[in-house]
Design a protein around this ligand. Structure first.
Ligand code: HEC
Length: 194
């Protein structure tokens, strides 16, 4: 009897010790995972573009651009859908076209790069970046054709008489994304991708 009482007296501090140990392990990991959720360390990126349509009507495009489109559909849908490039802000124009585009849109600063981000190598840079990713099998020749399609397509849909419709479309995508994924929206803004 005596012996048992001594043993059970030793048991409570022991259990309390285990309890405190487990509690601190749980607290440690929950702090770590909440740090992971902070906007600086989001595990992967997704974009407002992803929520737009994953195809485009090419029936009025020149035949060679239609061919490039089919190549683009095959090569650029391996890791994300083609909604990502098709609804993106990028617009590749030569330097003087960029200047003209800006003067056509005196309110360009307020339109901002969220809607259209023009640059002389806008698509070439993106496609090169994608070609370098592990798992992408895109030859330099295919890359060129894909850039040709993207340059042509963005010029048709993002400039001239189609600009207002494009602007509305992007604004809707951004508003939708901001509401559903405020953390990712903030993150993309912080790293300058919106
Ligand atoms: C091997 C996987 C892979 C393939 C193939 C791929 N992508 Fe991507 N793409 C990604 C990843 C991962 C991201 C997000 C990280 C980043 O922006 O680099 C991304 C992001 C993008 C973005 C958003 C970039 C931004 O900064 O807003 C565009 C646009 C894009 N891809 C277009 C394309 C096009 C066009 C092709 C075909 C030439 C393509 N992707 C093929 C993996 C891929």
């Amino acid at each position: 009897m005596r012996e048992r009482r001594i043993r059970s007296r030793g048991l409570y501090p022991f259990l309390a010790g285990i309890f405190l140990f487990l509690l601190s392990v749980i607290l440690f990991f929950s702090r770590m995972s909440s740090a992971d959720n902070s906007s600086k360390k989001l595990p992967y990126k997704f974009f407002p573009n992803d929520f737009g349509p994953p195809s485009v009507d090419v029936s009025h495009y020149p035949p060679e651009i239609k061919g490039d489109y089919h190549l683009f559909l095959r090569k650029c849908s391996v890791c994300h859908t083609v909604a990502r490039p098709l609804n993106a802000q990028f617009l590749q124009l030569s330097a003087d076209h960029v200047a003209r585009f800006k003067s056509d849109h005196p309110d360009f600063k307020s339109v901002s790069t969220d809607i259209v981000m023009p640059g002389p190598k806008a698509w070439a840079l993106i496609v090169n970046r994608m070609m370098a990713k592990p798992g992408a099998s895109i030859s330099p020749q295919d890359g060129k054709k894909i850039v040709e399609f993207l340059v042509y397509d963005s010029k048709v849909r993002k400039t001239g008489k189609n600009f207002p419709a494009w602007e509305t479309h992007r604004e809707e995508l951004l508003a939708h994304f901001r509401k559903l994924y405020p953390e990712m929206y903030k993150f993309l803004r912080e790293i300058g991708e919106l």
